[in-house]
Design a protein around this ligand. Structure first.
Ligand code: FE2
Ligand code: FE2
Length: 281
């Protein structure tokens, strides 16, 4: 396996930008262990990771087809094969933990290729790969440490399995972080690399904000509709009752001038008079 350090030329290490992890990702990593509390949740999370890894693999295969140099093709192909294996490994472990769990619908879309190499161009694509891989590496390392600590305190085979899984995958993500930056540095000056990475982080932050906004908007509109039905409609009914004025009460009414029903007072008086006449006669 190519190591991360061999992919990073010494002359360029001094200008190597750190792969910054946004605050949201740090919070997510801190909270992530809370979401890994039951077998079902763990299996679901692993299937979500598997879908994302599959989407990455398909995009890297596509980049391999489009790459213009032999070095890029070789490293992209290697990356694609790694991501394919990660997808299989995550799915295997998910099935072992809970065979009944299925990939959630909103995570299935992550398994779709986005053709990012063609859409973005080579340098923005490499910046995107570098930042995404750095975030994945950070998350998998955190999960490895989480399950390693749990395996020690609870002697749980499941926690040991997960700790080893995340350690195994994090080792390969580290190579992806290093090679993508190495290729980017081969295309651009140190200053251009910093600019490219900053631009990509801004774009990813904006896209994350839009996704969060769409989710928040959907929940807020649901809440507003529920409040309308619960609070506003009864107010309308009250206002109608108070402002009815001379209008008839709501409900069924006989039209004006129609024959009264047998229970009407005039009919009852007539019936009583007829009964009295019969008694006399
Ligand atoms: Fe991966
Ligand atoms: Fe990766």
């Amino acid at each position: 396996m190519t190591s991360a350090t061999t992919l990073q030329p010494t002359s360029q290490r001094s200008v190597t930008p750190r792969a910054a992890v946004p605050l949201g990702d740090r919070i997510h990593r801190l909270l992530a262990p809370l979401a890994w509390s039951s077998d079902r949740r763990i299996a679901r999370k692993l299937l979500g990771f598997s879908a994302t890894e599959l989407g990455s693999a398909l995009d890297m295969f596509r980049a391999t087809e489009l790459a213009e140099t032999a070095e890029h093709r070789r490293l992209f192909l290697r990356h694609a094969l790694d991501e394919s294996r990660h997808a299989v490994r995550f799915k295997e472990v998910a099935r072992r933990i809970d065979p009944t769990v299925r990939t959630r619908a909103h995570e299935r879309v992550h398994a779709e290729p986005q053709d990012l190499y063609r859409v973005l161009g080579v340098a923005p694509f490499l910046a995107f790969v570098h930042i995404s891989e750095a975030r994945a590496l950070s998350q998998f390392r955190a999960l490895h440490r989480h399950f390693e600590a749990r395996a020690k305190t609870r002697a749980s085979p499941r926690d040991t399995l997960l700790s080893e899984l995340f350690a195994e995958i994090a080792r390969e993500e580290k190579v992806h972080v290093a090679y993508s930056l190495h290729l980017l540095q081969g295309l651009q000056s140190a200053r251009e690399v910093r600019t490219e990475l900053a631009r990509t982080r801004r774009r990813l932050a904006w896209e994350a904000w839009k996704r969060a906004g769409a989710r928040l908007g959907s929940r807020a509109s649901g809440l507003v509709l529920a409040l309308t039905f619960i609070a506003i409609l009864p107010l309308f009914a009250l206002v109608m009752r108070l402002t009815r004025g001379g209008l008839p009460k709501p409900g069924w009414h006989l039209p004006e001038g129609s024959r009264p029903s047998p229970s009407a007072p005039a009919t009852q008086a007539h019936d009583r008079a007829l009964a009295a006449a019969r008694r006399l006669g």
